[in-house]
Design a protein around this ligand. Structure first.
Ligand SMILES: *Cc1c(COP(=O)(O)O)cnc(C)c1O
Length: 427
C-alpha cells in the first residue's frame, strides 16, 4: 500500500518551530482506532486482554491512551515495572515476561501483584528465593517448542536457537512443581516469530499452544486460566507489504479455539496478547531535517537524526520508508544514501534509496518508528535522545517527552569534580 505521512508538511513545520528536529511524533488518532480494532477482534473471548509491550514505546502518555481500551502492560525489567505502576496499572494488568531475571525484579513484580511469567524451569527456585519461600497464586510459564517454526506462507523462525522459554518436557514438569508448591492459577506463554506480516501467525501459534493446554490438562491435571500469544504480529514497513488484518486474525484464532479448547472442556481460557509493534509501530515517525548533501562516490543526504534516534536500519538493515515532505507527488528519480552523523558507517537510514530531488532544509518523514524506534535509542558519540511529540486527533500537539540535554548526558558523573565544571557549560 502507498505510504502516506499522517501529518502535513505545514503541520510538521509548525511543530518543528516549537520543538526542533529531530523528533519522534505519534498519531493519537491512529493509535486509538487500532486499539479499538484489537479489542473488537478478540471481544468473543471473555477474558481477553492486550498487554502492551512497554519496551516498544515506554511512554506514559501512550500507555494511558492504551489503558482506556483495556490494555495492560507487558514488562521485562524493573524500570518498566516502575513505569507501569506509575501510570496506575494494577495487579494483573501487568505481565512480567522477563528472562535472565535478577531476584529484585521478581520481588518488584510480586509486590505489584503482576503476573510473573517464568522463562525457565530453574526460575521456579529463583523466584521462590526472591520472594522468601512462597509463590503468588497465579503463575505463567513460557514455552519454546524448539526446532524450526514454519507458517503456512513460508515465514519461519528458529525457536531452537532462541534463548527463551522451556522445552516441552520442562514445561510439563514446571506445572507439576508449581501445582505442588500451591500455585492455583496457571498461564501459558510463547513468542516464536517476530514481525510476521501474515494473518496466519497467531492462528498457527494458537494451535500449538491450545494443543499443549489440552496435554497439560491430561497429564498434569490443571486447566489453564489463560494463554498468552505474546507479540510478533508485524506491520507493513514496505509499501509492497500487505498489512495484517487483526479482525481476520481474531476470527481465525476463534476457529482454532472452538476446534481445540472448547471440546477439551477448556472453553473458559482467557486469551492474552502482548503486542508492541502492532499497537504503535505505524503510528509513529521520526521527523528529521536535511543538513547537508555530499557527493563523492555516492550521493549522501546528511540529516539531523542518526542511528542513536532510530537503530533498526543500522542494527538489522531494516527498511523504513521515507517521504520527503512537500514532494509526495514528485518522481523518485534520484538515488541517495540518507545518513546520520555517527562515526559508524552503518549509520544510514536508507541505502541507494530512490527519492525525489532533495534540497537542504527539506523535512524527511521516516515512517513506522512508533515501536522499537525511540526506545532503542542510545548515546553513542554523545548524541542526545530526541523529544517525543503527540499529535492529537484535532491537529493540536503536545510534547510527551522532552529532548535530552547535556545535563542529562552528564548526570551520572555527578559524583566527580568534573561535573561541577560541566555544569557551568550548560548553564
Ligand atoms: C518484545 C516482546 C513483545 C512485543 O513484541 P512485538 O514484536 O513488538 O509485538 C512481547 N512479549 C515479549 C516477551 C517480548 O519480548
Amino acid at each position: 500500500m502507498k505510504k502516506t505521512p499522517f501529518a502535513t508538511k505545514e503541520k510538521l513545520e509548525e511543530i518543528a518551530a516549537k520543538y526542533p528536529t529531530p523528533f519522534h511524533i505519534y498519531n493519537e488518532k491512529g493509535i486509538r482506532e487500532n486499539a479499538q480494532k484489537v479489542k473488537d477482534a478478540f471481544s468473543w473471548n471473555k477474558g481477553f486482554r492486550e498487554y502492551f509491550a512497554v519496551k516498544a514505546t515506554p511512554n506514559p502518555f501512550l500507555m494511558d491512551i492504551l489503558h482506556e481500551y483495556g490494555c495492560g502492560a507487558d514488562c521485562s525489567s524493573i524500570t518498566e515495572l516502575m513505569l507501569s505502576d506509575a501510570v496506575g496499572l494494577k495487579g494483573h494488568e501487568i505481565m512480567f515476561s522477563s528472562n535472565d531475571t535478577p531476584d529484585v525484579e521478581f520481588k518488584k513484580a510480586a509486590e505489584l501483584g503482576a503476573i510473573i511469567n517464568l522463562d525457565d524451569i530453574t526460575h521456579i527456585d529463583a523466584c521462590l528465593r526472591a520472594l522468601g519461600g512462597s509463590l503468588p497464586e497465579t503463575m505463567c510459564c513460557r514455552y519454546n517448542p524448539g526446532g524450526v517454526y514454519t507458517l503456512s506462507n513460508g515465514i519461519m523462525d528458529n525457536p531452537g536457537d532462541a534463548k527463551y522459554g522451556m522445552t516441552h518436557d520442562q514445561i510439563l514438569e514446571a506445572y507439576k512443581r508449581l501445582k505442588d508448591l500451591g500455585v492455583r492459577h496457571f498461564g501459558l506463554h510463547a513468542f516464536l516469530v517476530s514481525n510476521t506480516v501474515t494473518n496466519d501467525y497467531y492462528p498457527t501459534l494458537s494451535k500449538t499452544l491450545f494443543d499443549l493446554a489440552v496435554e497439560i490438562k491430561e497429564k498434569v491435571g490443571i486447566s489453564l486460566d489463560f494463554i498468552n500469544l505474546s507479540g510478533g504480529v508485524g506491520i507493513d514497513y514496505k509499501p509492497e507489504d500487505t498489512p495484517n488484518d487483526i479482525t481476520i486474525i481474531g476470527e481465525k484464532v476463534h476457529e482454532v479455539y472452538d476446534e481445540v479448547l472448547v471440546p477439551a472442556g477448556l472453553g473458559d481460557v482467557a486469551l492474552y496478547t502482548e503486542m508492541g509493534r502492532f499497537m504503535t509501530g505505524p503510528y509513529g515517525a521520526l521527523v528529521t531535517r536535511v543538513l547537508h548533501e555530499k557527493k563523492t562516490y555516492k550521493d549522501y543526504i546528511g540529516v539531523d537524526a542518526c542511528a542513536a534516534n532510530l537503530m533498526r536500519p543500522a542494527m538489522y538493515g531494516a527498511y523504513h520508508h521515507i517521504t520527503v515532505m512537500g514532494k509526495e507527488d514528485e518522481a523518485c528519480d534520484h538515488t541517495y544514501d540518507v545518513t546520520g552523523s555517527l562515526c559508524e558507517n552503518n549509520d544510514k537510514f536508507a541505502i541507494d534509496r530512490k527519492l525525489p530531488k532533495i534540497e537542504i532544509g527539506d523535512l524527511l518523514f521516516i515512517h513506522d518508528t512508533g515501536a522499537h524506534g525511540f526506545s532503542m535509542g542510545y548515546n553513542y558519540n554523545g548524541r542526545l535522545w530526541s523529544s517525543e511529540i503527540l499529535l492529537h486527533p484535532d491537529g493540536t500537539f503536545d510534547m510527551i517527552r522532552r529532548a535530552e540535554e547535556p545535563k542529562d548526558y552528564f548526570a551520572t558523573f555527578d559524583c566527580f569534580p568534573i561535573w561541577k565544571k560541566l555544569e557551568k557549560e550548560w548553564q
